[in-house]
Design a protein around this ligand. Structure first.
Ligand code: 5RP
Length: 230
């Protein structure tokens, strides 16, 4: 089975948790796109839901698939968010932001009663850090922000290159919020929760890709089928 087929299987399993009338957070990335497509099929069959997209790309996908959309300004809470991840650890802490949508993804996940992560088994790790940690930053004062991040890395017992994410044309990748992203190649993070707490207050850091305590369920698709971790 291809990786893409595995991702679709995980997405299909998450769809079983969707009920009529739900307010949904719609994740970003290739796995989340499968979920949006499958959700669109159910909507065409009469399911009534509304979704809040976590990126402009997901907004376009949802519109193409006929999923009705709203915003967090029009709702108190969301019932469920379904999103992918770049890494998932045994405590269901995540690294996210490989697709650059971490800021909206975290806002939407935090506004949800439940977050289900969907992925193929390759995303499962014993500890976070193998995937470069995305840190969304304000372009103004970039060198000062880089220095501050490097200092908290030392405090958290991690080190590694901080590379500004680039587009194929060599220009900086710009997020939906108009910010840039540092990808931090750390290798391993001894205490992801501690590092997250140190990164949050740095002026110039808008958000980072450590999702601590947000996911409640992971659906991991592998050759043996779907493994559900709660
Ligand atoms: C985007 C994300 C994605 O969920 C993450 O990168 C996983 O993507 P994919 O499903 O394509 O592997 O965090 O910001």
């Amino acid at each position: 089975m291809t990786m893409d087929a595995l991702k679709r299987q995980a997405a299909a399993r998450a769809l079983e948790y969707v009920e009529d009338g739900m307010r949904l957070g719609l994740g970003t990335g290739s796995t989340a796109r499968h979920f949006v497509e499958l959700l669109g099929e159910r909507v065409r069959d009469g399911l009534k839901v509304v979704g809040v997209p976590t990126s402009e790309a997901t907004r376009a996908d949802a519109e193409r698939c006929g999923v009705p959309l709203t915003t967090l300004d029009d709702l108190d809470r969301l019932d469920l968010t379904v999103d992918g991840a770049d890494e998932i650890d045994p405590d269901l802490n995540l690294t996210k932001g490989g697709g650059g949508a971490l800021l909206r993804e975290k806002i939407v996940a935090a506004a949800s009663d439940r977050m289900i992560v969907i992925a193929d088994e390759t995303k499962w790790v014993a500890g976070l850090g193998r995937f470069p940690l995305p840190i969304e930053v304000i372009p103004f004062g970039l060198a000062a922000t880089r220095r501050a991040i490097t200092e908290v890395f030392a405090k958290a017992g991690v080190s590694g290159e901080l590379a500004v994410r680039k587009q194929p044309d060599g220009h900086a990748f710009v997020t939906d919020g108009g910010h840039w992203i540092f990808d931090a190649h750390l290798g391993q993070i001894p205490d992801a929760s501690y590092l997250a707490g140190l990164l949050n207050p740095i002026p110039g850091v808008v958000e980072h890709g450590l999702f601590i305590g947000l996911a409640r369920v992971a659906m991991l698709a592998g050759a043996e089928g779907i493994r559900i971790v709660e």
